[in-house]
Design a protein around this ligand. Structure first.
Ligand code: AMP
Length: 283
């Protein structure tokens, strides 16, 4: 695996590599890698001649300073996991490399409705920061395939919209990969490392609450299920930002079953100061 820290060096290298065909798969991450990230890398290595992973803790997407300061960093382990998974290139830029003109927002990305709900509502500015970094990374790397995790479902829709907005729809294919879970069902997340032992045990309540919604769709209406899911979370010490059921296409909230079978349940909740998110398709 080759490590690049400078955008210009990586671009020069890719100019040669991408000359004949663009079989470049790209997996953007913030590091503290786990098996979920590695599953994206492995999917990319199977489907592309060249796989690039970026590790960059993007300051512009954090709406909470403490969350940014406490974000886990495990770079030696990350490098080991990437090498073992067959990743070809690791791009690990500085803030200055990504934002040579500073970190303030230069373009407003018109995400419309998507930015007003769920993560957009509870983390103001978060998706503008996501778009800033992904836009810059896509311009440096120009991948043919972009691998994203369903774990961040709304982010997948935001990035799909971003790719349209910046005119890259025809050159970049997005693959949404399934969420990898721990054996008890908790979605793998870098932030899980911040949970204390007892908090980690209780965190499985997120998975249980999503399962409850999925299993009882035939019997209960969405509102009843959301209330019961919230109770499970609160009984286990979570402070809930939201439990919602939405149309999986556009995240419009669903208050009665419409028979489309294309819904998704989504949760965001704090276990003390650690905020976790997860979701489950209900089809
Ligand atoms: P992050 O480093 O958290 O920004 O995540 C980088 C990429 O890995 C994003 O596309 C995430 O959705 C994806 N990802 C995070 N957790 C998981 C997981 N448990 N399973 C599969 N993909 C994941």
């Amino acid at each position: 695996m080759i490590l690049f820290k400078k955008a210009a060096d990586l671009r020069n290298y890719l100019d040669v590599q991408q000359k004949t065909s663009n079989m470049t798969g790209f997996v953007p991450t913030m590091g503290a890698l786990h098996a979920g990230h590695i599953s994206l890398i492995k999917t990319s290595t199977r489907e592309n001649a060249l796989t690039i992973c970026s590790i960059f803790i993007n300051p512009t997407q954090f709406n909470n300073t403490r969350d940014f300061e406490k974000y886990p960093i495990t770079i030696e382990k990350d490098i080991y996991l990437l090498e073992t998974a067959g990743c070809d290139i690791l791009f690990m830029p500085s803030v200055n490399e990504i934002y040579p003109g500073g970190t303030s927002l230069k373009i407003h990305y018109d995400l419309g409705f998507l930015e007003t709900i769920l993560e957009g509502k509870y983390r103001p500015g978060h998706f503008q920061g996501v778009c800033m970094v992904v836009h810059r990374l896509l311009e440096i790397i120009k991948p043919g395939h972009l691998y994203l995790g369903q774990k961040d479902y709304q982010q997948c829709l935001v990035i799909t919209k971003l790719i349209e907005l910046i005119g890259m729809k025809d050159s970049v294919d997005i693959a949404i990969c399934t969420t990898l879970r721990e054996t008890d069902g908790l979605a793998m997340s870098s932030r899980n490392m911040r949970l204390k032992e007892d908090e980690r045990k209780k965190a499985v309540a997120i998975y249980q609450s999503l399962n409850l919604i999925k299993q009882n769709q035939q019997k209960n209406n969405p509102d009843e299920l959301k209330k019961r899911a919230q109770q499970i979370l609160e009984q286990n010490g979570f402070k809930v930002d939201y439990v919602e059921i939405a149309d999986a296409k556009n995240l419009e909230l669903v208050d009665k079953w419409d028979g489309s079978g294309n819904n998704i349940a989504l949760v965001a909740a704090f276990m003390n100061e650690v905020r976790l998110i997860d979701n489950m398709l209900l089809s």
